[in-house]
Structure formats: C-alpha cells, structure tokens
Ligand binder design. Structure first.
Ligand SMILES: Cc1ncc(COP(=O)(O)O)c(C=O)c1O
Length: 438
C-alpha cells in the first residue's frame, strides 16, 4: 500500500500494541522516589535510541507531523490522541525531541513531568502566567535575579494586573503575613539566590505556602543536582538551562518541571501559556542539551569542589567571601540539611570588595593580567565568569531594593569554572590580588 510505504518509518500503533508500550511517550514520568539521587534518577529515565538504533536519539526536526487517516487530526486536536501515544501535531505544541529532553529534566528534578522552553525567562513567565490570572497576587523573595524581579515588579502589573509582594523569605512570619487569602496564588523564590547566594529553607517555606493553598514555584538555576526543590516539597521547579545545565555558554534555554497536569495545561490549545505565547525550544537545541545532561553531575561536583576550595582560601586571606559551603555562612546548616549528598554547595561564590571601583579593578586584573576568568554575566560555564552584580545582572533593582536584597556595590559574583588546574587558577587569583594590593 502506497501509504504504508510513505509512512514506513513511522510508528502508528494502537494502544494495545506491544511495541507501542515499549516506545510509550508521555509528558509524564514514573514518579521518582523521594530522596533519590538526581544522577541515579537520570540513569533510570528512559534512554531514547536513534531511529536507526543509534545510541543517541534522533532529532525530530519537523515543524509539523502527518497523519495516516484524516480523522486522526480531529482526535489529536480534541486531546484524545497525544504525545503519550506518539501522536504529535505541530512543534510549537509537543515535539518528540524536546519531549525527550524534558523527560531528562523531569528525572533531574524528580517531578512528574517537564517541558523545555526557549529561555529561562520564558519558563518563569509562562509558569507564572499559567498559575495566575488577572487580579491575582504573588509572594516572592526580595532576592531574585534582576530580570525576574523586573518581570514581577513592572511587567506583570502593567500587562496582566498580577501584583507581587516581595518579602524576606528567611522571615516565615513575613511570608505568611504577605499572603492575601483568595488572591495570592504563588510563592516564588530561588533555591540559592542570585546573586547573594542565600539558601531558601524549601521545606519550611512550602509548609507555610501549602497551609494557605499556594503553589510553590522555585527557580533552581543556581543549584541543579545540588538541590532538588520538588523533593523538598516544591510544586514547580523552573530553570534557566542556559547556565549549568548547558555548561557551554552557547545556548539560551529553560524548563518548567512539575505535575503533568500543569505541564499539559500549559499546552492547552485554548488556555496554555506555552502553546499560545509560543516560547518554543528548537529540537536541534534540545538534542544538543540532551547530550550534556548525562555529565551535569560530574561538572557540578567539580564546579562545587573548586568553589569551596577557593572560598576557603579566600577567607584565610582575610577577604570578605560569601559562600554557603563555608561553615560560617548563615545558611550553611540549612543547606547541609537539604542538599543532595556528594555534589557540594554550589558553583558560585561572591567576594565583597567594598566598592564598585575596587571590584572592577580586581576583575580587570583577573581577566586582563592573570587570565583567571572572564568578565561576563551568566554562570555555569567551564571558564570562571565574574560580574559586579549591582551594576549588571541586578541593575534592574533600585538602590533600596538592592540594599534589602543584600547586594552591596562592590559585590563580585564568580561562577567558578573547572578549566585548567585548581592550583594554576589559584595562583592566577593570588597574583591579581597582590597586584591590586601593591
Ligand atoms: C536565577 C536565574 N533565573 C532565570 C534567569 C533567566 O534565564 P535566561 O537568561 O535563560 O532567560 C537567570 C539569568 O541570568 C537567572 O540567573
């Protein structure tokens, strides 16, 4: 039959077909056991082989998908047939390659489902827009990435009448007191906050929020592998994949990880924030990223190992270093009690140089004299990246907001890389410091 020849490579099997069950595709995953190590969970996630038996998955680069019978189209649009049965409509909706990466993200975070997006900001905005309607209210940490802070402070109130109260999430009474019953839908915070590296007490915050029926959304961009907020009670975990998960500083991407019901609602043809706003991930990008996730755990361990070592040595030199892996850090005990074992305490550290002028002088020497790292925003790259947060990634915040968030003008945020040897890099750091003092 001509049609079967045309569609020879295409799986279109019934629900009872054995082959279909082996290849079952779904936005959702079998629940990951609580407390399971993220690398172990990733190893247990289904490995997708290529179309011709390749060890790597194939890239489904098509924007649109054919059907064998005309009625199938109607059944797909009515929601009767979907990606869980290998039926795809159009790649702004589910795409098989993006879905495979999303399955890895769900395994990483221990959530039932996930879906990937074109940026971290689109993941954050789409998740919040799905959970909130006009007139609703969000309680958020006052220490957030500047872009997210601007989204909540300026963009949401202007465009959709969603307002936010910013609180100190260490003060649980303040969090509780900011919740407006009936209106507050979401508690939003970062697991390890950008840039000051304060650590959220996820279980306690979830308890307060869940008591009032809120959905807890946590940005885990700074701590993949290190922390698993969903296993600590969070409902939704969002990521900027552009950072550690990518690791190459070459891709902008994001993900929403959470219950299948939420992920599926985001693809709803009438009401879905991903389907209708369209921050779609390109399947070629999804393929690239899926090749990097298997070594994310190894990379995180090395980022964290070096960050702890440098922080310890910087402290010994008398520098004002902020790193939650140091015993003297106010959040060290909390982080130790909720972090996954064996990954460390995060790949970023901050140095407070006192003034912006001193911060800039140090960064200039570290880049242009001793080659310790690069002056650049972003994080999670194999090279060390340094920026003065107050005048860069947190510049969206006004002086008062920065002061409340603990961002001093001389704060240098360092995303510690793992290229070169640890000792080679340390000597480059010391050299720059001595030139600064000399
Ligand atoms: C904590 C955090 N969340 C979200 C984002 C936004 O991610 P993206 O740049 O991928 O849109 C950033 C970016 O710097 C970030 O640091």
């Amino acid at each position: 039959m001509a049609t079967s020849v045309v569609h020879a490579g295409k799986k279109r099997k019934g629900a009872d077909d054995e082959d279909h069950l082996v290849a079952k595709k779904s936005a959702s995953l079998p629940a990951v056991a609580k407390g399971e190590d993220p690398m172990a969970a990733l190893a247990m996630a289904r490995h997708e082989f290529g179309e011709h038996g390749g060890v790597n998955m194939s890239i489904e680069a098509s924007a649109t998908f054919t059907v064998m019978e005309p009625d199938t189209m109607r059944r797909m649009f009515s929601g009767e047939l979907g990606p869980d049965r290998d039926f795809f409509i159009y790649s702004r909706h589910f795409n098989p390659t993006v879905l495979n990466l999303s399955r890895q993200m769900a395994a990483l975070e221990g959530t039932e489902a996930a879906y990937c997006t074109s940026s971290g900001m689109s993941a954050i905005s789409a998740a919040l827009l799905q959970l909130c309607s006009s007139g609703d209210h969000i309680v958020a940490s006052r220490t957030l990435y500047g872009g997210t802070h601007a989204l909540l402070t300026h963009f949401f109130p202007r465009t959709c009448n969603i307002t936010t109260s910013f609180v100190d999430i260490k003060d649980l009474d303040m969090v509780d007191g900011a919740i407006i019953e009936g209106r507050t839908k979401v508690l939003y915070f970062e697991a390890i906050a950008n840039p000051v590296l304060s650590v959220a007490n996820v279980p306690e915050l979830c308890r307060v929020a869940h008591d009032k029926g809120l959905t807890v959304v946590v940005d885990n961009t700074f701590a993949p592998m290190v922390m698993s907020p969903a296993k600590l009670g969070a409902d939704v975990v969002v990521h900027s994949i552009s950072k550690f998960i990518s690791g190459g500083a070459d891709i902008i991407a994001g993900a929403v990880c959470g219950p299948a019901k939420l992920v599926n609602s985001m693809m709803d043809l009438h009401q879905g924030a991903l389907m209708l706003l369209g921050p779609t991930m390109n399947p070629k990008v999804a393929f690239e990223l899926s090749e990097r996730i298997p070594h994310l755990g190894l990379r995180m361990k090395e980022h964290c190992r070096r960050a702890l070592e440098y922080a310890t040595r910087m402290k010994k030199l008398g520098l004002k270093v902020i790193y939650p892996g140091l015993e003297g850090h106010p959040d060290h005990t909390v982080l130790k009690s909720i972090a996954n074992l064996d990954y460390g305490f995060g790949g970023l550290l901050c140095l407070d140089m006192g003034t912006e002028e001193k911060a800039n002088r140090l960064m200039n020497l570290l880049q242009n004299s001793t080659q310790f790292g690069f002056m650049a925003v972003s994080l999670g790259y194999y090279e060390t990246l340094m920026s003065c947060s107050g005048s860069s990634t947190s510049s969206e915040m006004n002086a008062e907001e920065k002061a409340l968030a603990g961002i001093s003008p001389g704060l240098v945020r360092m995303s510690v890389g793992y290229s070169g040897t640890l000792e080679q890099r340390w000597s480059q750091f010391e050299k720059a410091l001595s030139r600064m003092q000399g």
